[in-house]
Design a protein around this ligand. Structure first.
Ligand SMILES: CCCCC/C=C\C/C=C\C/C=C\CCC(=O)SCCNC(=O)CCNC(=O)[C@H](O)C(C)(C)COP(=O)(O)OP(=O)(O)OC[C@H]1O[C@@H](n2cnc3c(N)ncnc32)[C@H](O)[C@@H]1OP(=O)(O)O
Ligand SMILES: Cc1cc2nc3c(=O)[nH]c(=O)nc-3n(C[C@H](O)[C@H](O)[C@H](O)COP(=O)(O)OP(=O)(O)OC[C@H]3O[C@@H](n4cnc5c(N)ncnc54)[C@H](O)[C@@H]3O)c2cc1C
Length: 699
């Protein structure tokens, strides 16, 4: 990478150096960072991660040093080149799907092939018959065909039932005819569609024998495999510049009576019979929405990673950044010199940043649990058992909404906590934040999805209150279902009160769960009463409904964190949990983190805990005292806790969050490479020339 300005090499940052400050922080940790990293990744995944990182870091095509200076077209070309490179490396090194995912995560840039991997392949895998997999999945895995997922339309996204594109069965030729009846039916937003994909999953209304059977997935070839031009009857383009995600070519597409073979309707769950056009219903109406459930589960896990990344940059930088001298507690070097205080030592900074560390851990653990639940569902559904689907859909909907919302807010909080430098691209926040943002919208707008969760909760609550005779059955189910557990507990005494009498009582996990459970059940009971007995409309309840989903999902996050830290029978413990449970120091530090997550989240939503009368104003004061205590507990471990995420500099690409703390050296070095510095302007306002030269002599 070219430098345009020569920076005097004798200058170094004033003492103490960033590396020294981070080393001091690391020496204060009360636990072994490597051990926590192992407990998060597991030995096998960690060694794969390191092996793949080494390959990527040394590959010139995947070098990231230039990307902060690129415009959209240049960035897009870079993204296409790196997508191709990862596929080539995967072939060379024989990476499996998990290794491919690790590489994509580390390279960290959405690209023209991203949706091929994240949605096209999973849709065929989940919805295709064995024959269809042979025809489409195998070549797609080999990248002989590249696909996208075209569901959303110009006029409809959230309302899948409202999609307008039609796929009409033509018995005479045994084909479907895909058609765009109105402008609002134009497919819009599909990633990779704009310039790249030659195939698409198209969600279209299945019409057979004059009957509309609602949206179903079809595989449509959209571009010629030789010329790469759109096929006859299909109009395609890129939708233009976006808020972020500009390294992916999101596209639009119009169909003019395009014919595809009947075979191309993904038919694992529902089918149309040759000739008669008879429709065979799926065993569950919503199985064609399966890809969304899968991607929502991935979004939950990814939210934890995004939070870990934001926390890593801002916590490390806050340990290096120094402002003012805290006169009551000055920072003194070993040589006795008083220096400015690291901003991490200001309690306000701790209150802003440590909860983000806690959110990252909380969501990481729930992400793992949801991933396992999804695997369990896939396993059971392969045997025709879809009983987990409703629960999985409700939890993934609410948790996708809550966790991606937390991540977006916290990335921005972390960016701001880096002061002015947080606004520079060199912070590593700009594209990271912009590209993360659509997680709150895609795969279901976050407000829409909470309705799905609340609906499920209301149903469960109604079942409990209307089936008193079955209370024994529910008691049994409450051992497995935390939702039923908190509802039954509430119903056993709706006017119960919180038992906290001193701040440290808030550290008791039983107390935390009782508080969260009561608040969720209280809100649900009140809403069900409003709807069932006071005939309130669904629309009039939407604000409450959003609150309820959030309350329930916060309960789930706290519950799962506590569960992760509780001793489990050794046979049910996997390797990662075993590491955690065999280390008292890890358990101690993670317990502080868990407490901070539970209590800080409670404080942020305090009005809901108070209005039920379960928590008193006096107790809320104690809560604040305990939060302050938790922040103090975490302070010596703050840097070590983010180090344990093991997010390499290659991924962070941040001058502020570097592992070695060389913030200032990197800022000035990267600034010297700004291409604008290579241009001498012609500033005479009456001259038409803009530059005196194109590029200054390179240094
Ligand atoms: C390999 C690496 C992977 C990496 C992936 C990583 C990150 C992400 C990467 C990529 C993402 C990139 C791009 C994004 C792509 C997209 O955005 S694709 C488009 C996504 N679109 C949506 O998500 C649309 C959102 N809308 C909906 O899902 C539905 O319209 C709705 C809001 C759920 C409402 O549906 P509707 O059919 O009207 O149903 P209704 O509310 O009436 O409910 C009827 C019953 O059906 C149940 N249900 C609804 N959805 C599902 C589902 N998905 N699964 C199971 N069940 C479902 C619902 O609960 C109702 O049940 P009842 O028992 O009747 O109560
Ligand atoms: C970067 C990006 C990539 C994408 N990639 C793809 C892709 O590859 N394939 C694909 O098919 N789609 C893709 N999408 C589309 C995405 O899935 C939709 O934008 C998303 O589902 C939201 O739908 P919408 O745009 O119709 O929003 P709308 O539903 O129009 O939402 C507008 C507003 O109305 C509110 N609202 C709507 N209905 C209700 C209601 N019933 N109750 C209360 N409030 C309501 C919403 O909360 C929101 O605030 C992508 C989107 C983005 C931003």
């Amino acid at each position: 990478m070219t430098s345009y300005i020569k920076i005097p090499s004798h200058l170094t940052p004033s003492d103490p150096q960033g590396s020294e400050l981070l080393a001091r922080e690391r020496s204060k940790a009360t636990f072994d960072v490597n051990e926590l990293t192992l407990a998060l990744y597991g030995a096998e995944e960690l060694s794969r991660f390191k092996r793949i990182l080494k390959i990527l870091e040394s590959d010139p095509i995947l070098d990231k040093s230039n990307i902060y200076y690129m415009g959209r077209t240049e960035l897009f070309k870079y993204a296409l080149r790196k997508d191709k490179r990862i596929i080539q490396l995967a072939a060379t090194h024989k990476w499996n799907v998990d290794e491919f995912k690790i590489a994509s995560r580390l390279v960290d840039m959405s690209g023209p092939y991203s949706i091929h991997q994240s949605m096209f392949l999973p849709t065929i895998l989940g919805q295709g018959t064995e024959e269809q997999k042979r025809k489409f999945l195998n070549p797609a895995i080999r990248h002989e065909i590249i696909g996208c997922y075209a569901q959303t339309e110009l006029g409809h996204g959230s309302n899948v039932q409202g999609l307008e594109t039609t796929s009409t069965y033509i018995p005479e030729t045994d084909e479907f005819e895909i058609h765009t009846p109105h402008l609002t039916a134009a497919k819009w937003w599909a990633g990779g569609l704009g310039r790249t994909a030659n195939h698409s999953v198209v969600m279209a209304r299945l019409i057979t024998n004059g009957q509309d059977k609602g949206p179903h997935p079809f595989i449509v070839q959209i571009r010629d495999l030789t010329t790469h031009e759109p096929l006859p009857g299909i109009t395609i383009g890129d939708i233009g510049p976006k808020f972020g995600f500009n390294t992916t070519d999101n596209g639009f597409m119009l169909f003019d009576h395009v014919r595809i073979p009947r075979f191309n309707m993904l038919s694992k769950f529902s089918q149309v019979t040759k000739g008669t056009g008879e429709y065979k219903k799926p065993p569950n109406e919503k199985l064609s929405y399966g890809t969304m459930v899968f991607v929502r589960s991935v979004i939950i896990f990814n939210a934890g990673l995004a939070l870990a990344r934001a926390a890593t940059i801002s916590v490390r930088y806050s340990a290096v950044r120094r402002q003012f001298v805290d006169k009551e507690n000055p920072m003194i070097l070993p040589n006795g010199q008083v220096v400015e205080t690291a901003v991490l030592d200001y309690t306000m900074q701790q209150y802003r940043l440590f909860p983000v560390i806690a959110q990252a851990y909380a969501i990481y653990f729930t992400g793992e649990i949801i991933t396992n639940l999804y695997k369990q569902y896939i396993d059971q559904s392969s045997r025709g058992d879809f009983s987990l689907l409703a629960d999985l859909h409700a939890s993934t909907s609410g948790l996708k909404s809550l966790t991606s919302g937390i991540a977006v807010d916290s990335i921005e909080d972390c960016r701001r906590a880096c002061g002015g430098h947080g606004y520079s691209n060199f912070s590593g926040f700009t594209r990271f934040y912009q590209d993360y943002l659509p997680n709150t919208t895609w795969e279901g707008d976050n407000y829409i999805l909470t309705q799905q969760t609340a609906r499920y909760l209301f149903k469960t609550y109604r079942e409990i209150i209307h089936s008193k005779q079955q209370s024994e059955e529910f008691s049994l189910r409450s051992n497995e279902s935390p939702t039923i557990f908190y509802m039954l507990r509430y119903l056993s005494n709706p006017s119960q009160k919180c038992t906290v009498i001193s701040p440290s009582d808030f550290k008791n996990p039983e107390v935390q769960l009782a508080i969260y459970g009561y608040r969720a059940a209280y809100l649900i009971a009140r809403a069900v009463d409003q709807i069932d007995n006071h005939k309130k409309s669904w629309n009039s309840m939407l604000v409450e409904i959003n609150r309820i989903s959030r309350a329930h999902c916060q309960y789930i996050l706290v519950h799962n964190f506590i569960l992760t830290l509780q001793p489990q029978t050794s046979d049910s413990m996997n390797e990662k949990r075993r590491i955690l449970h065999n280390s008292p120091s890890l358990k101690t530090v993670l317990t502080s983190v868990c407490n901070l997550f539970a209590l800080h989240t409670m404080e942020k939503n305090l009005s809901e805990f108070l209005e039920s009368g379960y928590l008193s104003p006096k107790q809320s004061e104690m809560l604040r005292v305990q939060i302050s205590e938790s922040l103090n507990e975490i302070r010596p471990n703050a840097v070590a806790l983010v180090d344990a995420f093991y997010l390499p500099d290659y991924l962070l690409n941040s001058a502020l969050g570097r592992y070695d703390g060389k913030v200032y050296e990197t800022m000035i070095e990267w600034a010297s490479k700004e291409p604008l510095n290579g241009i001498t302007l012609d500033i005479n306002p009456y001259s038409e020339k803009l530059f005196r030269n194109d590029v200054k002599a390179k240094i």
